[in-house]
Structure formats: structure tokens, C-alpha cells
Design a protein around this ligand. Structure first.
Ligand code: HEM
Length: 178
């Protein structure tokens, strides 16, 4: 009892407040502190979360492998349906490894339809029509061919060319882009 009266005396002496007023103000200050500090994120919470991906979910991007001459049929296999295979796409008969842009060309990606295909005509016409997924450039206007040329430059700059489309193994390509 003597201890508590010493404390109330001390509070009155040092703050000039009654013990009830002092503890009410103290409780309010603690409340405000907790409210304000709750608005900020502590450094611990900013640490990147540990993630665990299964190796099946993220196909490893391996060094592009040169395939040489391949047919359109062989190119289809590289459309992303097999996550162990690279993603390939052709423009004007030149086959590029686009595996590094799986978010564009992989399954579910906005440009998945181009994977495993020669997309020259579709790119020239800026078309998503499956009928335009071909290397056939017949009847294209000069401005459309120019659009295709820009795409080709972009691909040459960004991706590794890994092969050349041929109509049949051992023969030269002849699909309209030459
Ligand atoms: C509403 C229309 C479209 C929008 C808003 C759009 C938007 C985009 C964006 C933001 C990118 C990413 C660019 C980058 O980060 O390098 C991209 C890439 C691309 N777009 Fe489109 N796009 C549209 C239509 C088309 C059409 C019609 C085609 C062709 C038929 C097309 C073909 C492509 C291709 C091939 C890429 C990837 C290029 C690469 O591999 O780097 N896009 N698009």
C-alpha cells in the first residue's frame, strides 16, 4: 500500500495530474503510438518471401541449340506443349529460339499461337487469324512487307537464330518468303 501511495504522490508531484488523469493520458499515448506504428512496415516484413517452385513449373531456359534445317512439321513440336523443349518461332523461314520470352509465346501467353510456326504473314498483317500462321507472303502490300521487315529486325536483334525452314529435308525452303 505504501508503495502505491508513493507512486501516486510522485505522479502528482512531477506531473501535477491526478493518478486517474495521468493513466488515462498514458493509455491514450500508447494507443496513438500503436496506431501510427501499425501504418509502417518493419524491415523484417520487407524481406523477400521464400518461394518454392517445383522444377516442373519453371522450364529451365537453356542455351539455344542449333537445329539446322527443319521442316514446318518438325517446328510444330516446339510450340511450348513440352516444357522440356525450347520455344521456337520462324520469320521468313528463319527459326528463332524465343524461350526467353515464354511469357509471350508459352502456353497461355498472348502470342502462344505463333510458337512452333512461321508467323510471317500474321506479323505482316498484325493478325491473329490462324489462317495467317504461315510463311506464305503472296499478295502482301509493300507496307505490310515493311511491317514484317521490322519484326524480322527485332527478332534478329533479340533472339538467336537456330535453324532454317525447309519444305523437305535436304531441299531448300520454298514457301513464299523467297
Ligand atoms: C491491342 C493491340 C496490342 C497491344 C496493346 C500489344 C502490346 C504488346 C506489348 C506491351 C508487348 C511487349 C513489348 C515488349 O516488352 O517488348 C507486345 C509484344 C509483342 N506483340 Fe503485341 N500488342 C498488340 C497487338 C499485337 C498484334 C496484332 C500482334 C501480331 C499479330 C502482336 C505481336 C506481338 C509480338 C510478336 C510481341 C513480342 C515481341 C517479342 O518477342 O519481343 N501484338 N505487344
Amino acid at each position: 500500500m505504501a508503495f502505491s501511495s508513493t507512486i501516486t504522490d510522485a505522479i502528482a508531484a512531477y506531473t501535477g495530474l491526478s493518478p486517474a488523469a495521468f493513466f488515462t493520458i498514458l493509455a491514450l499515448m500508447i494507443g496513438v503510438y500503436r496506431l501510427v506504428s501499425g501504418m509502417f512496415v518493419g524491415p523484417e516484413e520487407l524481406k523477400p518471401q521464400e518461394r518454392s517452385f517445383s522444377t516442373m513449373e519453371i522450364p529451365a531456359v537453356v542455351e539455344p541449340v542449333q537445329l539446322g534445317e527443319i521442316t514446318e512439321e518438325e517446328l510444330r513440336v516446339y510450340n511450348g506443349s513440352d516444357p522440356k523443349k525450347p520455344l521456337l518461332m520462324a520469320i521468313k523461314g528463319n527459326v528463332y529460339d524465343v524461350s526467353m520470352s515464354r511469357m509471350f509465346y508459352g502456353p497461355g501467353g498472348p502470342y502462344a499461337l505463333f510458337a512452333g510456326r512461321d508467323a510471317s504473314r500474321a506479323l505482316a498483317l498484325m493478325s491473329f487469324d490462324p489462317q495467317d500462321l504461315t510463311g506464305n507472303l503472296e499478295g502482301l502490300e509493300p507496307d505490310e512487307l515493311e511491317v514484317l521487315q521490322d519484326w524480322e529486325y527485332k527478332f534478329m536483334e533479340k533472339y538467336v537464330k537456330v535453324g532454317q525452314l525447309v519444305s523437305e529435308k535436304g531441299k531448300n525452303a520454298c514457301n513464299g518468303w523467297r
